[in-house]
Write a protein that binds this ligand. Sequence first.
Ligand code: UD1
Length: 446
Amino acid sequence: MEHYIVKGGTHLCGEVEIAGAKNAALAILAAAILTDEPVTIENVPDVSDIRVLAQAIESIGARVEHPGRHVYRIDGAGVHDLPVDNELIRKIRGSYYMIGALLGRYKHAEVALPGGCTIGLRPIDQHIKGFKALGAAVTFKPPGRVEATAKNLRGTHIYMDMVSVGATINVMLAACLAKGITVIENAAKEPHVVDLANFLNSMGARIKGAGTDVVRINGVERLHGTEYAIIPDQIEAGTFMFAAAATHGDVTVTNIIPKHMESISAKLKEIGCDVEESDDAIRVVATHRLMPNNVKTLPYPGFPTDMQPQATVLLGLSSGTSIVTEGIFESRFKYVDELTRMGARITVEGKTAIIDGVASYFGASLKAPDLRAGAALVIAALAADGISEIYDIHYIERGYEDFPEKLRGLGGEIVKVSTPEEGEQAVRRMQMSIVGGTGMTERGTA
Ligand code: UD1
């Protein structure tokens, strides 16, 4: 019954520190078992997807220590190739990185099929094509496991049929201990692909071209231990930047790499926000009602699909008609029904949402349908008039560390409650502050 209660109408203001990138951390934690030596990984976000993967790595014999909130020490010496399977691992997408890592290191992997958000079919044919090209036999075993086995892995040329972050990363994991050179063409260029390459190179791998669409992996005999700090989370930073814009606030996201935020910053400028960049921070200021715009999600450096629901929420408050087109997944507009109940005017046709901006949303009882859409609904609730309740927040906690706490640090009125009674009390408190006129601030309008 855990859920958030949010009172909208406050302009978010202040500084928020961004955590390490969840999607990079999932790949890097899995990669740690490619060596028998200890690996120390810093700046790991404290989110549930990471805890589940760390548990899975421990369950196959690795020593996993967690000496600080954001630090993991993994010693893969004790790993044995038992199946990676439990109820939780089937729920996270990053579980598939265990296939590439175990296949690379032990030439054998048996891993439960990936789950994750319900945003489409999400096949893994390109991962499998890559493993097969490297010389592995891949079979599907009941109940829903993938088994990959090879005598030897041999470097090869792989042309990906579509740009896939997961397949690029998985082939990199499997190929760095293969014999000879592997070339991945049409590779994904996302920051976490580069981060994984840097991590593997710090373990002695020889990977070039990560961040371009051709990645070359020169196989090595063995990898060694390392210490590494993960890059900041592009999507967490983008979520707070859009929350600042939606609430007509003034927020600085810190501990980020502004270069990774370019498509997001550009969109905010186009719709009328002031965006100031410094070395490792970006300040977003929104004082007027925002202008409409069009967004199409694309592989990096295009606008990220993981920011698509946040973009729809923001454009839903703009002063005209906007179009948001999903260019990566086949179904990623499930949250629109929830948003409509808050007063948004949105029509979805296939992969396109046509949005007629409204002056404001109103509070409602909502269900997070997945991780990013859940965060987007929180933004909508913070911008809305009145009080919202948001359920199924376990999706949000998969990828956002201390989300309500960080929002409260910016002045947002959001609390997490565990029981219906706590929820009722929080709603009453918030209602009283509205009646008493203590909490609401004037919304900026054009
Ligand atoms: C990763 C991210 C996810 C993000 C997505 C796109 C992780 C754990 N997740 O997901 O947050 O939304 O990148 O930036 O890092 N496809 C195939 N066959 C394949 C692989 C992919 O058809 O074998 C398709 C997918 O269905 C999708 C597109 O290719 O339509 C891109 O998917 P991909 O980049 O692989 O996403 P994920 O790695 O699953």
